[in-house]
Design a protein around this ligand. Structure first.
Ligand code: FAD
Ligand code: FES
Length: 282
């Protein structure tokens, strides 16, 4: 059984920004959620600047789906850490916020990651495979595995060293391997690192968890299927509401019909979808 999801408060709520700083290529935004429950790794929030969000061009208009990378329960609420990659008006506006700003927060939303034994029968350990900004939900997952005493190895991939961020703080430990596609002495993809792990002896007792660009996720999905290893993927697709009302996030299921990634995902089993590229923006 997947973990029981915490019930988010109805509607959106105001939350103060408590810190904002650069970490490598990304921006870290800390927000204090005074009324929401503690989220589970893999869940996300719909986030918008408060009180005004709409830019002069009309974009951004809708809030943006953002995973939490870290969450800490404090006496005054849950301190949430978001990792932002500036790809458009929404992430740019959120990255420009400073301490004392406020955001509209809806969540935590969506399905979280399962324990390894739920992903691969009998699995005792985990392999975490992240690419680019996809490292955000995996940082929260890795921390929870450590707290549960579950062994994990982390494989991360970035285009180049300058495109990486937050590795040391969010993943800093001996069990992390990083691959750069260029700008490094030995260029490689994170899937090259995964291929070596999947060729190892202990692979039958492993569950794989992944988040990153659609092409990388589809490669991970196919590699795990070929190796007979269970995999959970945290997928992305355009999300307008975040709670099942608009069908903007639908991706096809192998046996027909659709999954709504905001409520049936964003974390899905590799064999629950036809391709990890279905939610890619045209
Ligand atoms: C469940 C979920 C969790 C997410 N978590 C995070 C997170 O932790 N941090 C984060 O920064 N983003 C995250 N995203 C992605 C973010 O919601 C989208 O990238 C969003 O569209 C950004 O809004 P924007 O206005 O900045 O860019 P948009 O105007 O929406 O997009 C700008 C351009 O970038 C392209 N684009 C959109 N998304 C990406 C992407 N991820 N990478 C590269 N190009 C892209 C679009 O096709 C478009 O051409 C998440 C998405 C989902 C569904
Ligand atoms: S984002 Fe609206 S149904 Fe999923």
């Amino acid at each position: 059984m997947p973990p029981e999801r915490p019930l988010p408060p109805l509607g959106r709520r105001l939350a103060p920004v408590t810190a904002s700083r650069a970490d490598g290529a990304y921006r870290v935004l800390e927000v204090s959620d005074e009324t929401g429950p503690e989220p589970l790794p893999g869940q996300f929030y719909m986030v918008a600047e408060a009180p005004d969000w709409e830019g002069s061009s009309g974009r951004p208009y809708l809030p943006r789906a953002i995973s939490f990378a870290a969450a800490e329960v404090r006496s005054d609420g849950v301190s949430l850490e978001f990792l932002l990659d500036e790809v458009g008006p929404g992430t740019r506006a959120l990255s420009a916020l400073t301490e004392g700003s406020q955001v509209w927060l809806t969540g935590p939303l969506g399905s979280p990651f399962s324990d390894p034994g739920e992903v691969t029968e009998g699995a005792l350990g985990a392999v975490i495979v992240g690419g680019g900004i996809g490292i955000a939900p995996l940082a929260a997952l890795r921390r929870s595995l450590v707290q549960k005493g579950i062994a994990s190895r982390t494989l991360l991939g970035f285009r180049e060293p300058a495109a990486a961020g937050a590795i040391d703080r969010l993943f800093g430990c001996e069990e992390v391997r990083v691959a750069y596609e260029s700008g490094d002495d030995s260029p490689a993809r994170v899937t090259d690192l995964l291929a070596r792990v999947l060729a190892g002896d202990s692979v039958g007792a492993t569950a794989v968890y992944s988040c990153g660009p659609p092409g990388m996720l589809e490669a991970v999905r196919q590699m795990c299927a070929g190796a007979g290893v269970g995999v959970e993927l945290a997928l992305e697709s355009p999300m307008a509401c975040g709670y099942g009302a608009c069908f903007g996030c639908a991706v096809p299921k192998p046996d027909g019909g659709f999954l709504r990634l905001c409520i049936d995902g964003p974390v899905v089993r590799g064999d629950a979808i036809t391709t990890a590229c279905a939610g890619e923006a045209p």
